[in-house]
Design a protein around this ligand. Structure first.
Ligand SMILES: [Zn+2]
Length: 139
């Protein structure tokens, strides 16, 4: 989404706000800590790829994709505290984590399918934007 937005500040704010929507939408959160560790590692890998890819830097010189990804990942950083100490939901600051907003759960299959559909939709929009920009660029 950051790439589609194009502006790094707006992308970061949109990423942060969209985290609320995605936390409210029914999804699967694992019970065991290893799920959070794996999810965090996957997120860090995606951030590192976005930050380090020459191809992405060329297509997104403002780094809007990177700032959007950071903005969207930031709220979940507080969840990692539970790996080191006993944390209750009311100890969290983010409204979708502390119980202020509902954090709906669903089965892993439904969660995975809905996330893949969302990802495919976003990738289709990214490819469309990239093609449009390539057509406008003089050769
Ligand atoms: Zn969250």
């Amino acid at each position: 989404m950051g790439y589609l937005i194009g502006n790094p500040r707006r992308a970061a704010l949109f990423g942060f706000a969209s985290h609320v929507v995605l936390d409210i939408a029914p999804h699967y959160d694992p019970d065991a800590d290893i799920g959070y560790v794996m999810d965090s590692l996957a997120g860090c890998t995606a951030l590192a790829y976005i930050a380090g890819s020459r191809r992405i830097r060329r297509a997104d010189p403002n780094k809007a994709a990177l700032y959007g990804a950071i903005g969207s990942a930031l709220p979940d950083m507080e969840l990692l505290r539970k790996l080191f100490k006993d944390v209750q939901s009311e100890d969290y600051m983010f409204p979708a984590h502390d119980g202020t907003l509902p954090h709906r759960q669903t089965h892993i299959t439904g969660s995975t399918i809905s996330q893949l559909l969302l990802l495919a939709s976003l990738l289709a929009l990214v490819v469309r934007k990239a093609r449009r920009l390539r057509l406008k660029t003089p050769t």
